[in-house]
Design a protein around this ligand. Structure first.
Ligand SMILES: Cc1cc2nc3c(=O)[nH]c(=O)nc-3n(C[C@H](O)[C@H](O)[C@H](O)COP(=O)(O)OP(=O)(O)OC[C@H]3O[C@@H](n4cnc5c(N)ncnc54)[C@H](O)[C@@H]3O)c2cc1C
Length: 405
């Protein structure tokens, strides 16, 4: 029986383990943590967004420059296959209003429980508390464990070690140094889908930290996104911000700052807002006018002051355009540890079509540790699962002798 080591028991590694075990391999799954799938469980806390229901070409385009490499892998294990797989584990799904797909339970724990039972039924062995530290000179895998060093020399290896966000859940990105020393090109790990710094006034920060701006539109450059943003102590985060985060991050890296425009009333044309504001008595303060005529909340009114300055215009046309476009200066990105996901990773130039490292024949790579990024919306998990399937199929093909070194 061929022995395969899967290192990293997140969605990508466990999916690779399933495909390999089903094909009859002796699979051992290693993870540095005492239990598996911690980030998957965390993802389930806010409602597990498994994938997205939009047409496949639009779905694949979400991976930006990585689309040409990831596209075929997602097409080989598309959202419908993931939905069928989840349903096979007793987790029926539904499509939310935004097109996002969730398990009906919304949680990851029932899915993970059923999945682990299936993997154990298929004979997969689990080795928790095994921290992969690289290769010995002879090529054996080396692990640090509470009982000391352990080694293994399987016929093939799948590395599915995740990115470097939320390191307390297990994925620290420490693998990057190991792979770079092994001659594998790795693009720097950077935060993706993370928050940004805004120099709020102390008053604003203390009063509005933790409050959401709902139903707003954010614009950066020529891209406009509808959704929610959350005011944080440091600045802004949330779905609409994440959707722009790659472009904002890159702009800040180049220019030291980025200007983000907020439209607080995206469904109301400026002329309509102006007409409503013009009906208010001329002696009414700007704050009262905004509240009574435009129904702005205290958070929204104060956000306008943060963006436009303390003295808001009294002219209805100017006030309406202030509501439609409040500029915020983003001065930095929150650290990688706090981001939802990681950009950068093992370069696609380092792997072949089967996801095998050219510098390390027999070693395959899957999941977030590959150099791709995508917005939130189910794309991260879909790509992790799909690359897990692809890496396992790559292993099988190699073991069958169909791929020559
Ligand atoms: C708060 C939060 C919410 C999220 N919500 C969603 C969502 O709703 N939808 C979505 O699509 N995505 C979501 N994501 C992202 C998604 O969870 C990840 O993209 C996905 O888990 C990546 O899968 P992976 O298998 O590549 O890596 P991981 O899930 O990170 O798994 C990697 C595993 O490798 C192990 N490991 C790392 N280094 C070593 C080592 N040296 N030796 C041994 N083991 C090691 C880790 O312990 C870990 O178990 C969310 C992320 C966060 C943080």
């Amino acid at each position: 029986m061929t022995a395969v080591a899967v290192i990293g028991a997140g969605p990508a590694g466990l999916m690779a383990a399933e495909v390999l075990a089903e094909a009859g391999c002796a699979v051992t799954v290693y993870d540095r943590m005492p239990s598996v799938g911690r980030k998957l469980l965390m993802a389930g806390r806010g409602g597990l967004n498994l994938t997205h229901s939009e047409p496949l070409d639009r779905f694949v385009a979400r991976f930006g420059t990585a689309s040409p490499r990831l596209g075929p892998l997602v097409e080989a294990f598309p959202p419908q296959a993931l939905v069928a797989w989840a349903e096979g584990l007793g987790q029926p799904t539904f499509v939310g209003s935004s097109g996002r797909v969730f398990p009906k339970s919304l949680k990851a724990s029932p899915l993970l429980r059923a999945w682990l039972a299936r993997l154990q039924g298929l004979g997969a062995a689990f080795r928790p508390r095994h921290d992969w530290t690289g290769w010995e000179a002879g090529g054996r895998l080396r692990f640090a464990t509470p009982a000391g060093e352990a080694t293994a020399s399987p016929d093939a290896v799948v590395l599915a070690l995740g990115g470097a966000s939320w390191p307390k859940l297990g994925s620290t990105g420490a693998w990057a140094d190991i792979l770079v020393s092994a001659g594998v090109p790795v693009s720097p790990l950077r935060p993706a889908n993370g928050g940004f710094d805004v120099a709020w006034s102390e008053l604003f920060r203390d009063r509005f930290e933790g409050q959401p701006l709902k139903g707003v539109a954010l614009t950066f450059g020529r891209v406009r996104v509808r959704g929610e943003a959350m005011v944080t102590r440091h600045g802004l985060e949330g779905g609409a911000v994440y959707a722009l985060s790659a472009a904002l991050r890159d702009a800040i890296a180049t220019d030291g700052q980025a200007r983000l425009w907020i439209d607080l009333r995206p469904d109301t044309p400026a002329a309509q807002l102006q007409a409503k504001l013009a009906q208010a008595p001329a002696n009414q303060s700007a704050a009262n006018r905004l509240r009574k005529a435009a129904h702005l909340t205290p958070l929204e009114t104060n956000l306008l002051r943060e963006a436009h300055g303390k003295d808001l215009p009294s002219d209805p046309a100017a006030l309406a355009s202030a509501i439609k476009g409040a500029p915020l200066r983003l001065t930095g990105i929150r650290p990688l540890e706090r981001a939802i996901s990681t950009a950068g990773g093992v370069a696609f130039s380092a792997i072949d079509e089967q996801l095998m490292l050219t510098a390390r024949p027999g070693v395959f790579v899957a999941g977030e540790m590959l150099d791709w990024e995508a917005p939130t919306g189910g794309y991260l998990l879909q790509a992790s699962f799909a690359t897990g399937v692809a890496a396992a199929r790559g292993v099988l093909k190699r073991l069958e002798g169909l791929v020559l070194d």
